[in-house]
Design a protein around this ligand. Structure first.
Ligand code: SIN
Length: 314
């Protein structure tokens, strides 16, 4: 069975990646994901120009009954240069295409990092994260359609390497139409949908307190509770975006059937976030073999046979 996938000229032998933010901050973590036999590659933690400690702890919490997770990490990362050094070192030693994710806190920081990437010999894919919900006082750029249009217009005026965007979830058909209209104006290599569902709130019944410290307990939701939202966003964008723009489906994957559903809805690659936190690296082998079992039962030999073939009811 062939589980490979492509974005442009980049080939991935396996369709699974870590979601940026999980097991990807330090070189040791990145090595583990990159080196795992069942990952297509690694997505590095979204970088800011300088290292950031992120928000105060506790900033991550697993909700009971496997519902999912809430986090307000606040972009803790080792800084742009650290990830550039890592990627440049590894890209000569691996055939897995590395994702360099950036999340500047301002429009100018994003453009400055894109200039550095353009001028470097980094030869992987770049993800512009327009959707982090966890930096106090900084709204998610991709909910501001004018700001999204403006950053992409300025970026593509000089940026010629493969570039994608990480999007927040949208919840209205009109918003799917609006964001797709903007994205279709640009030669994007991919969109990654969804980031966590921003600004949820969870309460500890024993203490009657919120469960994480930053932002009075408000944080991004992930895991099974966001699965239907991720599926809807993948499908809504697949049916609206130019076919050349590939889709990375992220959100709520805990088993092979979840990955199958995202691919059926239109995803090219699939990221695993919360479940990677919960289960660790073995999740990749388990979910891949469960995906293969679903495909075998339906007589599919590769992902293209069923990708984006979700049907509506007559
Ligand atoms: C975080 O660091 O707060 C999460 C990253 C993201 O949501 O993009």
């Amino acid at each position: 069975m062939d589980l490979s996938a492509t974005i442009g000229n980049f080939k991935f032998e396996h369709p699974f990646l870590n979601a940026a933010g999980v097991m990807c901050q330090t070189a040791a973590e990145l090595d583990q994901v990159l080196g795992d036999d069942y990952t297509g590659s690694v997505v590095m933690k979204s970088a800011t120009p300088s290292p950031r400690p992120g928000n105060p702890s506790p900033r991550y919490y697993e909700l009971p009954s496997g519902l999912g997770t809430i986090n307000s990490m606040g972009l803790p990362n080792e800084g742009f240069d650290y990830y550039m050094d890592y990627a440049r070192q590894k890209q000569t030693k691996t055939n897995k295409p590395i994702f360099f994710s950036i999340a500047g806190l301002t429009h100018d920081e994003n453009l400055a990092m894109l200039h550095q990437l353009q001028d470097s010999d980094f030869d992987g894919l770049v993800e512009l994260n327009l959707s982090c919900p966890n930096v106090p006082g900084k709204p998610q750029t991709a909910y501001d359609f004018e700001a999204t249009q403006s950053i992409l217009t300025e970026a593509f005026a000089f940026f010629k390497k493969p570039l994608g965007v990480k999007l927040p979830p949208y919840f209205d058909i009109v918003h799917f139409d609006m964001i797709a209209k903007i994205l279709n104006q640009f030669p994007l290599a991919f969109v990654n949908t969804i980031n966590s569902v921003g600004n949820g709130l969870a309460i500890d019944p024993d203490t009657d307190t919120v469960v994480i410290k930053p932002k009075h307990g408000f944080g991004g939701l992930g895991g099974p509770m966001v699965k239907a939202t991720a599926l809807a966003n993948v499908n809504a964008l697949r049916t609206r975006l130019n076919p050349d723009i590939k889709i990375i489906g992220t959100g709520g994957v805990t088993k092979g059937r979840d990955a199958y559903n995202l691919i059926l809805a239109g995803a090219d690659l699939v990221e695993i976030g919360s479940q990677l936190m919960v289960e660790g690296l073995p999740v990749f082998q388990r979910v891949e073999s469960e995906l293969a079992a679903v495909m075998q039962a339906k007589n599919y030999q590769n992902l293209t046979e069923f990708r984006a073939s979700l049907k509506a009811l007559d």
